[in-house]
Design a binder for this molecule. Structure first.
Ligand code: G6P
Length: 472
């Protein structure tokens, strides 16, 4: 039976080195959590990096065997590859460019060469797994060259690609010295998917202006093939979040948290540490709320979870310092003996505790500067069984296209954000309920299973059309 080979830079399980040896933990980030629920179906395999430098051959064998039991095939990266391909070109060049932080982007040909070499390494790893009838589904910005590399090796293969981050305006893409190679790399796929129509439009415009290839109804005619482009807003595993938040285990956690919090109301913020997430701006807005509305002092706390991420990249280290200082300053200014304005956690939380936090919080602040989709927004919505709670959502998160019943804000407008916080805290319960019910219906219907099904059936359809055109 044909299988699906999922390929992404990071596997949904990461290896960590501890005093007890190598341990295995779930990975962070939208891609791993989003797809983590589905890849085990059928005989599918997930190819990717285990998230750690593993040099020793016997350790590599051990990791490979552990992952094989769980349908994963690890690609081991050297220390130089991690530095130049992962921290360098992927997260120092592409990530800032695609999120409109162009001024942070590195332009260094050595990093580019490493990116090409590691994409080639992934290509070999995929070819070792994929049979001729298998479908290959490549994910995200770390592997933009992989579709074309696979196409060269297997001209007949069925290849899909999905981008989990924004695709920016042509004006940002054109700055990259390697822009044409990157676009050509993607065009090796049969179907290219984005979270929103806006990202898709930007991509089609870049392909037209930089490669001179026109498109009609999302179909790009290359000299050799037709490539289909479409929008597929990614969903979450709705039931998993709804059930976890409604469980007795979550209720027990909430009771324990409540003992410490007393009757203080909770605003929640959860992100990877990243400058795209607008964490510092969010903190300033919370401080402004306390300044403008002193009645909330002692009544409301911001519970802020920041998950460590890419901590070898300079900008992430600097942001950590900025956040630490801001939290320190705001807490020092407003705290009392019995109340802490910001409860700040710099670590990840196990899934059950996360579910409890979603259940506990009355307001969620999901206010990125830019975000491909943002699944935290959808997870919060799914976790609200009693339909009490308010989502404050950035207009520049992909999720804002669907979740229009949230309080939609411009994350750089601190005053607007502070006012939205106040509005959320005084919102009547029936309005909370109406808004959440609308959003729940949508998030439930377009869950991650529906998303996968839609993408895969579009891919199969695109391939069938190509065949029938070729045989005309
Ligand atoms: C985002 C990206 C993913 C990435 C994740 C975590 O969600 O779209 O591709 O895996 O961030 O980042 P990391 O660099 O730790 O893999």
């Amino acid at each position: 039976m044909p299988r699906t080979i999922i390929v992404s830079n990071r596997l949904p399980t990461k290896v960590q080195r501890t005093a007890d040896g190598l341990t295995f933990q779930p990975s962070e980030g939208g891609l791993a959590t989003g797809l983590g629920s589905i890849y085990r179906a059928d005989d599918n395999v997930w190819v990717g990096w285990p998230g750690l430098f593993v040099e020793d051959e016997s350790e590599q064998e051990f990791v490979t065997a552990q992952f094989a039991d769980d349908s994963m095939a690890p690609v081991f990266l050297t220390e130089n590859e991690i530095r130049d391909y992962y921290e360098g070109f992927s997260n120092g060049t592409l990530w800032p460019t695609f999120h409109y932080f162009g001024q942070l982007a590195l332009f260094d040909d050595d990093l580019w060469q490493a990116y090409v070499a590691v994409n080639e390494k992934f290509c070999q790893a995929v070819l070792a797994q994929a049979g001729p009838d298998d479908t290959i589904w490549v994910h995200d910005y770390q592997l933009l060259l992989l579709p074309e590399m696979l196409r060269q090796a297997r001209p007949e293969a069925t290849i899909g690609f999905f981008l989990h981050i924004p695709f920016p305006s042509y004006e940002l893409i054109r700055v990259l010295p390697w822009r044409a190679e990157l676009l050509r790399g993607l065009l090796g796929a049969d179907l290219i998917g984005f979270h929103t129509f806006g990202y898709m439009r930007h991509f089609l415009s870049a392909v037209s202006q930089l490669l001179g290839l026109s498109s009609q109804h999302g179909q790009i005619e290359t000299p050799t093939r037709t490539v289909l482009v479409d929008a597929f807003p990614m969903g979450i595993d709705y039931r998993r979040y709804a059930d976890a938040a409604a469980s007795e285990a979550a209720a027990a956690h909430v009771r324990a948290y409540r003992e410490g919090l007393k009757d203080v109301r909770v605003i929640l913020s959860i992100d990877r540490l990243d400058y795209t997430k607008g964490i510092a701006q969010r903190l300033r807005a919370f401080a402004l709320l306390l300044e403008r509305y002193p009645e909330w002092r002692g009544q409301v706390s911001l519970l802020m979870v920041v998950v460590p991420s890419r901590d070898q990249v300079a900008q992430y280290q600097e942001l950590k310092v900025e956040i630490d200082e801001l939290v320190g300053r705001i807490n020092a200014q407003y705290r009392s003996i019995t109340w802490t304005p910001i409860q700040y956690f710099y670590r990840s939380f196990p899934f059950e505790e996360l579910a409890a936090l979603y259940r506990l919080a009355e307001v969620a602040m999901v206010t990125p500067m830019r975000d491909g989709m943002n699944l935290v927004a959808k997870e919060f919505v799914a976790s609200k069984a009693d339909q009490r709670g308010v989502l404050i959502l950035s207009e520049r998160a992909g999720a804002a296209r669907e979740l229009s019943d949230a309080l939609i804000i411009n994350p750089t407008d601190t005053k607007q954000l502070a006012e939205a916080l106040h509005e959320a805290l005084v919102m009547p319960e029936d309005e909370q309920q109406t808004r959440l019910a609308n959003m729940q219906a949508l998030v439930k219907q377009y869950d991650v299973f529906a998303w996968t099904k839609l993408f895969m059936s579009r891919l199969a359809h695109a391939k069938a059309e190509q065949h029938s055109l070729a045989t005309l």
